[in-house]
Design a protein around this ligand. Structure first.
Ligand code: DND
Length: 267
């Protein structure tokens, strides 16, 4: 029997314990040999939304999976030019691993979107799909959708972890705790690089398969050093890029305090 290779695709902005539990459950429940995490390069379906640079998302995924010998991370989508399409990833993985059966792991809700992905029939022909549902998930809703009936789609129940990347980003922005939602190393990386704290500047266009509209913002914008010591102008606007400049003149008022400095960020 060939190897059973799990493929966990995601934007991972940031990766969290919900993603890791899902991959581990798939490994055990579907007797997979290993799981390959594949962070997206330019997730075209998130267009119009700011997405952190691919290099940061890739590094956080490496950090999060480092302690599990059966998890590894691919740069394939990060290094590929243009919008990220799963069909191209699965084609490349099938070619590189001719002895392996591919199992694409995804949340059930994301699974239902698959008919809107690029070349959905081809995607479904290249891999088995494991759709993860949490206890209490409305299975009737899932089963009512056409994609769930495909012979290559299986449902997997996982422990409920109401964690989302959206919530984590919001928490960081508001200075709230994210400990125990993400691995400690990912938390440290977010703090060190300053992700999610400030609004990023710059935009990268990424049309969808039908060439739809403007792309996501800043998904690949510049490369980050692995040490995270410096970010490019299209990434996080750190304090090293900001300096006080003279405040605009104000009408003098009796006993008025001096005007505060205005911060200007070079881009
Ligand atoms: P997301 O942006 O949803 O990733 O992307 C998932 C995959 O779909 C990626 O590989 C994309 O390239 C692919 N995709 C999307 C759209 C179009 C196309 C391809 C195309 O080819 O045209 P997230 O980082 O948000 O989440 C990663 C996975 O983890 C998802 O499957 C999500 O449902 C799941 N997840 C959870 N599972 C369990 N518990 C939680 C979860 N939070 C997210 N708490």
């Amino acid at each position: 029997m060939g190897r059973r290779l799990g493929v966990m695709g995601g934007t991972f902005d940031p990766i969290h314990y919900g993603h890791l539990v899902t991959a581990e459950e798939a490994l055990v429940q579907f007797a997979l040999d290993s799981v390959l995490f594949v962070p997206t390069g330019q997730p075209w379906m998130k267009e119009g939304r700011e997405v952190s640079p691919a290099e940061h998302r890739y590094l956080m995924t490496v950090i999060a999976t480092a302690s599990n010998p059966r998890f590894s991370v691919s740069r394939m989508e990060v290094d590929r030019q243009g919008p990220t399409y799963t069909v191209e990833t699965l084609q490349a993985l099938a070619e590189e691993n001719p002895d392996a059966e591919l199992y694409f792991i995804t949340g059930a809700d994301a699974m239902l979107e698959i008919l809107h992905w690029k070349d959905p029939e081809e995607v479904l022909s290249l891999a088995h799909f494991i759709a993860a549902t949490r206890p209490g998930y409305d299975l009737a809703h899932f089963e009512a959708e056409a994609a769930s009936h495909h012979p290559k789609v299986s449902v997997m129940t996982i422990p409920a972890l109401a964690i989302s990347s959206t919530d984590i980003r919001q928490r960081v922005k508001e200075g709230r705790a994210i400990r125990y939602l993400v691995p400690e190393g990912v938390k440290s990386y977010i703090e060190k690089v300053g992700l999610y704290r400030l609004r990023r500047v710059g935009a990268v266009g990424s049309p969808g398969p039908a060439g739809t509209g403007a792309g996501e913002r800043g998904s690949r914008g510049g490369s980050a050093s692995p040490s995270g010591s410096r970010s490019s102008s299209a990434e996080v606007s750190g304090s090293d890029r900001c300096s006080p400049v003279a405040a605009p003149p104000r009408r003098p008022r009796p006993r008025a305090a001096p005007p505060p400095p205005v911060w200007s960020c070079s881009t």
